[in-house]
Design a binder for this molecule. Sequence first.
Ligand code: TRP
Ligand code: ZN
Length: 869
Amino acid sequence: MNIAANPVVEADQTIYLKDYQKPSFLVDSIHLDIQVFADHTNVNSKLVMQRQTAGDLVLLGRDLELKAIRLNGKTLDNTEYSLNSEQLVIQNAPENSIIETEVVIHPESNTMLEGLYQAASDLFVTQNEPEGFRKITFYPDRPDVLSVFTTRVEADKKFPVLLANGNLIEKGEAGEGRHYAIWQDPTKKPAYLFACVIGDLAVLKDTFVTSEGRNVALEIYAEEKDIPKCHIAMQALKHSMCWDEEHYGLPYDLDIYMIVATSAFNMGAMENKGLNIFNTSCVLADEEYTTDAAIMQVQAVIAHEYFHNWTGNRITCRDWFQLCLKEGLTVFRDQSFTEDLQSAAVQRIDDVAVLKGHQFPEDSGPLSHPPRPDHFVEINNFYTATVYEKGAEINRMMATLLGKEKFRKGTDEYFKRHDGQAVTVEDWVAALTAGSGVDLSNFLTWYNQPGTPKLEAKGEYDETTQTYRLNLKQSLKANAKYPNLKAVPIPVALALFDAASGEQLVLESEALVENAVKDGVYLFEQNEASIEFKNVMTKPVVSLLRNFSAPVNLEFNYSDEDLAFLLQYETNGFNQWQATQTLLERILLNGHSSDIYVQAMKNALPEVIKKDPLLASRLFDVPTEGYLGSRIDANYNPLEIQEKRNSLLDTLANAFGAFCKEAYLALDPANETEFSQAMGVRALKNILLAMIARQGDESAFELADAQYKSTKNMSERLGALRVLVWNDAPQAEAALIDFYLRFKDEALSMDQWFMVQAAHPKANAETIAYLTSHPDYDLGVPNRIRSVTGGLNANPVNTWSFGVQHFVGLAKYLDEKNPIIGSRLLQALSRWYTLAEPQRSQVKADLEALKPLVKSKNVSETLNSILNA
Ligand code: TRP
Ligand code: ZN
């Protein structure tokens, strides 16, 4: 029976975690033969399968042209299997079934960047996570089916590079100007980790010797001209390999580790076993062409994908609901790694800024879901800030609570128990519990509930008894879909300071504290609790959630004076920064005076600039318009927020006055030998330059122009360009032309050129029209699309006016061409319902008009969720 011609339209395509069933057949081995031609690709496969439980033999396949299928050597005709647009089913297949298929696919016209696709005229690559492998061949494409892959790749010799996972075991001539290579990956893996690459690329080579004495060949493939930009990634890779041995006892397991860079990629990078494929934006790093932030990003992503080798590849997910098992843990690991590369406080500040700026809004809107969702329509829609960032926070909380040693015992136990398996979040928490000897099972609640808990804290000092009491209360907003919300375990890291001296009080002695505060951390697990600190001689200043010890919204009755105190005396850099943010929010939204803030900054800065210029630069952060908007749940007026913020920026620029220019002129990144220090000086100088310009100081444009012209460093060049362009300086036009001519062949630099213009504070619909009709704008390259949308979103007033048409138009266009990206871009509009009228109704109408026009599961699931807000 062939039902492909008459596909069943399923009303509800929702998949539920509770319906999980083991696969009926496992795959002992797979042999793949992939022959790439200019106008099609042949894929022949041989699966050695074995029955595990009762049921049909199910192979998933999408957009495959089936030429032949054999079961145990015998060709099947179309009455012996059923086939629809999603799967091929064989009933009553024998215990041991060898399935051979021959299919034809079309990577040359695959614009979705999923499965095997042509990424450039001379490059074919794969992206199979989560469900791309079914677009290459028929296969039980689910992460709990692990197999040994042998891959033969064949192509024209104009593609000299033929790569796949594992070790190269053979290569040779295939006739008619063609050649082949055979790769074998000895470790069992799920299909989403399969990769192959066919192309014409140059390579940077290095080697690494593991703690076990294994020699590993390291290879980074990129376009010839970009090879000099691969050295930072190579160093980061070696550093990551050492770091994982040292911190987790995890050495690399194969003889070769390859990374391939492509500009046509939906996400940052992909951890395919032994053959990572990267977006160029996450590999290429060079001070002349990419910013300092991008250089940090490259190091973080290299580490992230490398760390996946153990947390994701050796131990993988049982099903896609468990995505945060691998992503949350791997993000936590890459964050810890990066904290060692630069100011740890700034790394934490930047990570929390992402959490509060993206994950918190997501979790308070229509796309809110638990870190481990319990249902989905399209799994690609669940590669979210909640899964990644909140997932990382859950691991961080458990690590904070356990301390280094016990956490390591827990992870050791996890790798010992589950190496080679596909497991669940429960398995992870159980292993951590067993290894550490500390019961962490309450943390499962964090994985299963949506929403950001509110943590209300009230402090009371009693002079007569010399006690300080802290009352804590936690709550979660009611949620119709999750009616039984429970209290979660919240590690509250805290410190008390002596208000007069600024010294931190010692709390270690058990006698001082009624409930146990261990190593400065109190585990708050109930709905309400109080802690009492005794022998506190004078009224202290308290600092709560140090280092952001839990992903919660804190409400604490700090006075502005307390916050100014913390800005000056808190030794935890994160909470020092948090004090500036809370003060600024009060000035902005509650009309507090800025004097206390400015004075505290002036007191604190000279010292911080000397010690940690990067942290100093972050202390100048003013909450973005987007962040401020995300804190408003109804009657949000973007213009009003913009005006308030602009007037605060003016006030601050004037209040800091001459300080800015003096500091700017005194700072020189060339005096710094460490990259992280020089990066800090550059960041700080750029902020100061923007402030000088805001003061209306005539010389600001000359300083900016001089900085632009004298530097070879992209962060300095871009900082100057921004000041010129965003202030419509007389030098702006020439600088933009110069930038274009200098970098027109450097895609990553050009992304910045687009972004700077899209983010102009006075950008309008014409600006965006000019950029999107520019010959260098390319809807086939997600990076370029994002450079414009990213710039546009810097300005919520624009996002919510003409930007709506831009996003709706992209979602419509990409719905068929690249639904993964179409859906992600549409998420930018998810908080439409918070807008004040009449904007709210206008945006709603635009979204509703889109509904009948979209076909993909990706875009329609997102659109439906958004409209259900
Ligand atoms: N697993 C990748 C990571 O390291 C995520 C990823 C890369 C991805 N490419 C993708 C997810 C395409 C979905 C679709 O985080
Ligand atoms: Zn990842």
